[in-house]
Write a protein that binds this ligand. Structure first.
Ligand code: ATP
Length: 238
């Protein structure tokens, strides 16, 4: 599905990502963990076309993504749930979802297609249907995170990128997000997940990569990593 090879990304003088290679198979859930500033967000933003890598390749189903605009990458089947939700807080929930519906459907806005996608989304988040006309900025933090995920799902992606979806959520809301990701994965969606809660991420993912200062320091099957002393010490507080 997604193949990142030897990715190098700089911000002016800062070498944020220094030769990272990551693979996500079809329908696979992969976690990306690491300390603050390790380069995780930079990797996701590069995949989504929000940053231009200095070197390396990124391909989706064999197609090159580097140098393509984000809306084209969305059309190819990738969607991002950004860190901090980044909703259009003055727009309604419905308007936020319309943005996520994506360009390929919007050339002439396909109301019927949008509605059918909305019905599908309503099955994941039963409360969204009741909130369509609410201004997004007035939702609770947990509800906003749900709208951010729903917005990304509106384009029916093959690969979902999530940047810290549980940040700032209550334990109950966090469980809801984890259950949703498990369900999406069960339905065949490929997922690349950045998650501060390494334990939760490793429990639901099949494989994981650990980034440190822009480099991959560990990778492998997620379950054994839960018992790896290096992971336990650095990320699980054991
Ligand atoms: P966090 O968990 O804190 O979000 P991260 O692993 O996602 O961290 P990145 O946000 O990718 O890390 O940042 C990697 C490095 O790049 C950090 O040293 C950061 O300070 C730097 N960086 C990120 N964005 C910029 C920017 N716009 N300009 C300059 N440096 C940046």
């Amino acid at each position: 599905m997604l193949s990142i090879d030897n990715l190098i990304v700089n911000y002016a003088q800062v070498e944020a990502v220094r030769g990272v290679s990551i693979f996500v198979g079809t329908g696979e859930m992969v976690a990306l963990i690491g300390a603050n500033g390790a380069g995780k967000t930079t990797v996701l933003h590069s995949v989504m076309g929000l940053l231009k890598p200095k070197a390396g390749t990124i391909t989706l189903k064999g197609e090159n993504l580097v140098g393509r605009p984000s809306n084209r990458i969305l059309d190819l089947g990738v969607a991002l749930v950004p860190e901090g939700r980044q909703l259009f807080s003055h727009l309604t929930v419905q308007e936020n979802l319309e943005v996520g519906y994506g360009r390929k459907f919007r050339m002439r806005f396909d109301r019927k297609g949008f509605q059918s996608r909305l019905e599908k989304i309503d099955g994941y988040f039963p409360r969204i249907g009741e909130r369509l006309n609410q201004i997004a900025g007035t939702l609770s933090g947990g509800e906003q995170q749900m709208v951010a995920i729903a917005r990304a799902l509106m384009s029916d992606p093959d690969l979902l990128l999530l940047d810290e979806p549980s940040l700032g959520l209550s334990p109950l809301m966090m469980d809801t997000v984890i259950a949703l990701l498990t369900r999406l994965h069960g339905e065949g969606m490929a997922i690349l997940l950045i998650e501060q809660n390494a334990r939760a991420a490793l429990r639901i993912s099949q494989r994981a990569y650990v980034l440190d200062s822009g480099r991959t320091t560990l990778d492998g099957e997620a379950r054994p990593l839960l018992n790896d002393p290096r992971i336990q010490q650095a990320y699980l507080g054991l």
